[in-house]
Write a protein that binds this ligand. Structure first.
Ligand SMILES: Nc1ncnc2c1ncn2[C@@H]1O[C@H](COP(=O)(O)OP(=O)(O)OP(=O)(O)O)[C@@H](O)[C@H]1O
Ligand SMILES: [Mg+2]
Length: 415
């Protein structure tokens, strides 16, 4: 078939080559017009394709715009996901586990929630939960985190006899903290409110914690100590809630002396630099203020706080109704040092040559804690040399050693 066609084309070509034949001109005309038609048809097709093309271009543009807006949505959603797994997270305990679900109880407010969870949970586990009640992670251990930021002693075994050189301060603390606990009627009868909070301030090692424990002992009260710096550093996002919990515990265990050590860590002048850390500190501190302000029947819980840096404290803490009694705990004078040396050597066997008075005279600037270390060091030296009594030489050795330590570390002993 195709061979036949080829043959015709070849004869046609041969005839076209022959001049003067009208039949071939007609044929050419018709071919030309055929070609013109084809060209016209092709033009049409091109026009149609152009139109289609510009339509597609337009649609592409729409798609690009839509894509951009979707990208933006993706970014926003990612941010939300990120935010939702970031602290603040609540702590909850797992009460029950069923397939894919768990019953949890939020700490602090004791609300219970049934939540979906694909993690391997067990009853009793502690979990961190976000605002949308999604379990973000499982916390190690089943320990009550209050235990990490506080120390609870039913009745401390420290009495006023063990606090040296602070008679005036002991007197003040007895009136403001002990008396309201042991004889609240005295205040009622006279018609005055005892000071709400008492702030002890003074350099490290002067006996602030010791004094607070002694008051708790004499008032036969529970002693709860919480540390401001641990509160803000161990449980970011939980500080305020822990403060609430600890105050709650203080009420449950009353009569209580609640001792807030290092209050400057939370009660420093409130900064507003917008960082998470300072927001956290501010929230924790605000909670302490709220607890102080909100104490109606405060007779049973007395709050004491301590700081080394009163100059850093937010004046809001020192307003009436808060820590409105400020007691300075100074480093001991010579008589005070003598008393403190007496306290810490009471159970030691001392050689006849030991002259505590001259030790007190030569330890100007030493705090109670320094003196305690010196006494222990002297005792250690006697033990090392297998002697049964501690001699004056042991004390001289200990003193020299501590002074030497002081030279290399000038903010320590005898500063
Ligand atoms: N006035 C004191 N009388 C007897 N012992 C003291 C006295 N001051 C300090 N000490 C001894 O030093 C130890 C540490 O003192 P304490 O913890 O009470 O000091 P602090 O003022 O609370 O210090 P910081 O500011 O560092 O908390 C006490 O346990 C006690 O052995
Ligand atoms: Mg202390």
């Amino acid at each position: 078939m195709s061979e036949k066609l080829l043959f015709i084309v070849m004869t046609d070509t041969a005839e076209v080559g022959l001049p003067g034949t009208s039949r071939t001109t007609d044929q050419i005309d018709s071919s030309v017009s055929d070609l013109m038609n084809t060209i016209a048809a092709l033009h049409n097709q091109i026009a149609t394709l152009r139109m289609q093309n510009s339509e597609i271009q337009a649609r592409l543009l729409d798609a690009v715009v839509a894509n951009e807006s979707l990208q933006k949505q993706v970014l926003a959603l990612n941010k939300r996901i990120e935010d939702s797994i970031k602290p603040p997270l609540f702590i909850a305990s797992v009460l029950e586990v069923r397939d894919g679900e768990a019953l949890i109880r939020q700490h602090g407010n004791n609300q219970e929630w049934l939540v979906e969870c694909d993690k391997q949970l067990e009853v009793g586990m502690r979990v961190a939960v976000n605002n949308d009640l999604a379990i973000i992670r499982i916390l190690k251990g089943t320990l009550d985190e209050r235990a990490l930021i506080m120390e609870l002693i039913d009745t401390p075994d420290v009495d006023y006899q063990m606090v040296g050189g602070l008679e005036k301060q002991i007197q003040e603390v007895r009136e403001t903290v002990e008396l309201p606990l042991t004889s609240p009627e005295v205040f009622k009868n006279i018609g005055i409110e005892p000071p709400r909070g008492v702030l002890l301030y003074g350099q490290p090692g002067t006996g602030k914690t010791l004094l607070a424990k002694a008051v708790a002992h004499h008032a036969d009260a529970t002693f709860i100590k919480m540390s401001g710096s641990e509160l803000v550093h161990k449980f970011i996002g939980e500080g305020a809630r822990l403060v609430r919990d600890v105050f709650q515990l203080a009420r449950e265990k009353s009569p209580t002396i609640l001792f807030v050590d290092e209050i400057d860590a939370v009660g420093g002048r409130r900064t507003h630099d917008g960082t998470v850390g300072s927001a956290e500190v501010n929230r924790t501190m605000t909670q302490i203020l709220t607890e102080l302000d909100g104490f109606r029947e405060r007779g049973d819980v007395r709050v004491m706080a301590a700081t080394n840096r009163i100059d850093l404290l937010d004046p809001a803490l020192l307003r009436p109704g808060r820590f409105d009694r400020v007691i300075q705990i100074p480093a001991p004078d010579e008589a005070g040092r003598m008393q403190i040396l007496g306290i810490h050597t009471k159970n030691m066997s001392l050689a006849g040559d030991v002259d505590l008075q001259s030790l007190a005279a030569t330890t100007d600037g030493a705090t109670g804690a320094d003196l305690k270390i010196m006494v222990t060091e002297a005792g250690m030296n006697a033990v090392r040399e297998k002697r049964s009594a501690v001699s004056m030489d042991d004390f001289r050795y200990a003193l020299a050693k501590l002074r030497k330590g002081e030279e290399s570390e000038p903010h320590g002993m005898f500063a």
